[in-house]
Design a protein around this ligand. Structure first.
Ligand code: DGL
Length: 259
């Protein structure tokens, strides 16, 4: 079992930002990544539909014998992970906006969160933000339109810059010193975001924490792959593989799969 692959899914290409962190920390582990780009974005969809899509992705990964599943999507985590954990036997790792480190570190007592509508309206997100909101202003913005731009590979585009400015300006007016990226597509926009942020505003995302948690849960379950054979990394998309290919680089190969 420990030599079986780690399964990872996202609504599309964004979760490759999480795959990179996992692969860096656990280079011996085989991985199977699913980019559900045909159905992206998940953000504007309702909870029921997000659960249905998460089930579809999970069952495909389980049919490929994955030993653990990383839900590399804040929207799917905050809406579907409870259901997935209750329904399937493998361990699940989720990703949520990193409110806690931002809330514990802020000096201005004001933090910004950019995420999808599905994440910001979820019960899980409200629970976490209520827990840390004490004395801290949390400025939330739905990053509407950003996921489709990343899916189309329009990362350093004028459209991306215009949208980001619209979402981030009110946060800067509220004097944030931390900007939490609550969607796994957004780390790819960091070059544009950095240009919009004054010095003194830090960006936080959850990628590294997810990789560490994945390692810890593999260890707890005796599932860490201890073999020294070179790992296999498979990337499947149900849309044009061009964009995901450009994000993972030439050392890896993205393939089309109908799912
Ligand atoms: N990467 C997903 C997330 O982390 C994007 C959601 C979407 O498809 O809207 O929330």
């Amino acid at each position: 079992m420990s030599s079986n692959p780690i399964g990872i899914f996202d609504s599309g290409v964004g979760g490759t930002s999480i795959w990179k962190e996992i692969h860096q920390l656990l280079p011996n582990e085989d991985t199977i990544y699913l980019a559900d780009s045909k159905y992206a974005p998940y953000g504007p969809k309702g909870k029921k539909r997000i659960i249905e899509l998460s089930i579809k992705n999970t069952e495909l990964l389980l049919s490929k014998n994955c030993k653990l599943i990383v839900v590399a999507c804040n929207t799917a985590t905050t809406n579907a992970i409870d259901y997935l954990r209750k329904t399937y036997d493998v361990p699940f790792i989720g990703i949520e906006p990193a409110i806690k480190p931002a809330a514990l570190s802020t000096k201005t007592k004001s933090i910004g969160i950019l995420a999808t509508k599905g994440t910001l309206s979820s019960e899980l997100f409200h629970k976490t933000s209520d827990l840390y909101a004490n004395g801290i202003e949390i400025i939330e913005r739905v990053g509407e339109g950003l996921v489709p731009l990343v899916e189309e590979g329009k990362i350093e585009s004028k459209e991306a810059k215009t949208l980001l400015k619209k979402y981030i300006d009110p946060m800067l007016q509220a004097n944030i010193d931390y900007l939490v990226l609550g969607c796994t597509h957004y780390p790819y926009l960091i070059p544009v975001i950095k240009d919009l942020l004054p010095e003194g505003v830090s960006i936080i995302d959850s990628g590294e924490a997810v990789a560490k948690q994945t390692k810890a849960v593999l260890e707890q379950n005796n599932l860490l792959n201890t073999s020294s054979t070179e790992a296999e990394n498979h990337f499947y998309t149900n849309d044009n593989p061009e964009v995901i290919q450009s994000l993972i680089g030439d050392a890896f190969k993205a393939e089309y799969l109908d799912f």
